[in-house]
Design a protein around this ligand. Structure first.
Ligand SMILES: [Zn+2]
Length: 292
């Protein structure tokens, strides 16, 4: 039900007893030191930034790696060093590696999956990005999904479009994804789905109708980050923040750290009376085992 203020009204029991998982997307492929000096680039910076975000309340670390010149990389050796540092300094935190398309092409995008992270991102369809087509052929999607099953990795489905939610449910029903289904609604990417509240509500309705056991998360890009954080937390879902999606606190202020963006999501959880999920709760909600 939508109130006169346009916010989603959710029964109190849905929020109060429902921990919110906060994911921090620490680096991404695009933001550079020139955009915000707090963007962690080296593995050492990434570990330090993630540890502060973990202590602030984030329980999933969504990770990309970079070359020394800040360009995106899909080097499994770098991912391995990052995982080692995160396991040591953020014990229990869920490690999610990106198989997104900016750091490589084709099967190169899944080259780090044999490292067996807890989770990996999985795009299940194509769409436009600001300056190009984000291409995810059915063959590549099937291959990535098979690799994730083989290495016992839970996918986070990246839904840039409504059809991606349907496709995620199809793959899940075919047993191609480790259950329960976990879908992230991504909004505000230029030339893809804008941050549109009725569409967001319909995403939730559609996922719940097709896959009642699914869990979902909302992520917004740029100024839409805060909006998606608030919509998701208010509606009983999980949420993602971090410098990958947005380097600012507001129009005039750069975010001083990933942790500062996590603190903002934590404050929204307080506003909507959502407990912030501990890493143990996050692992239970997502059907993940305890850390190795
Ligand atoms: Zn990413």
């Amino acid at each position: 039900m939508i109130t006169s203020h346009g916010t989603l009204e959710v029964p109190r029991e849905v929020t109060m007893s429902n921990p919110c998982i906060i994911c921090v997307a620490i680096t991404g492929s695009l933001p550079r030191k020139e955009n915000n000096p707090a963007v962690p680039i080296t593995v050492e910076e990434q570990v330090e930034s993630t540890q502060a975000a973990f202590e602030a309340g984030a329980t999933i670390a969504h990770c990309h790696v970079r070359n020394d010149d800040q360009t995106p990389s899909s080097d499994p050796e770098k991912f391995a060093r990052l995982m080692e540092g995160l396991k040591k300094h953020c014990p229990g935190m869920i490690i999610q590696l990106s198989t997104g398309g900016r750091s490589g092409a084709g099967e190169e995008r899944g080259g780090m999956l044999p490292l067996r992270p807890d989770m990996a991102s999985l795009s299940v369809g194509s769409n436009n990005f600001p300056n190009r087509v984000y291409e995810n052929s059915p063959q590549l999607v099937d291959w990535l999904a098979e690799e994730m099953l083989k290495y016992d990795i839970k996918p986070e489905i990246e839904a840039f479009d409504l059809s991606h939610i349907h496709q995620a449910v199809n793959l899940s029903k075919q047993g191609k994804l480790k259950a329960p289904l976990y879908v992230q609604f991504v909004m505000g990417v230029k030339n893809a789905m804008p941050a549109d509240k009725p569409t967001f509500d319909f995403y939730i309705e559609t996922l719940k109708r097709l896959a009642p056991d699914a869990q979902w998360c909302g992520a917004g890009v740029g100024p839409n980050q805060l909006k998606l954080n608030e919509w998701s937390i208010a509606a009983g879902g999980h949420t993602r923040t971090g410098l990958e999606d947005n380097v600012r606190l507001d129009r005039d202020t750069l975010a001083p750290s990933n942790a500062a963006l996590v603190e903002r999501a934590v404050a929204l959880c307080e506003k909507y009376e959502r407990p912030v999920a501990s890493w143990q709760q996050a692992r239970e909600i997502l059907g993940l085992g305890q850390p190795a």
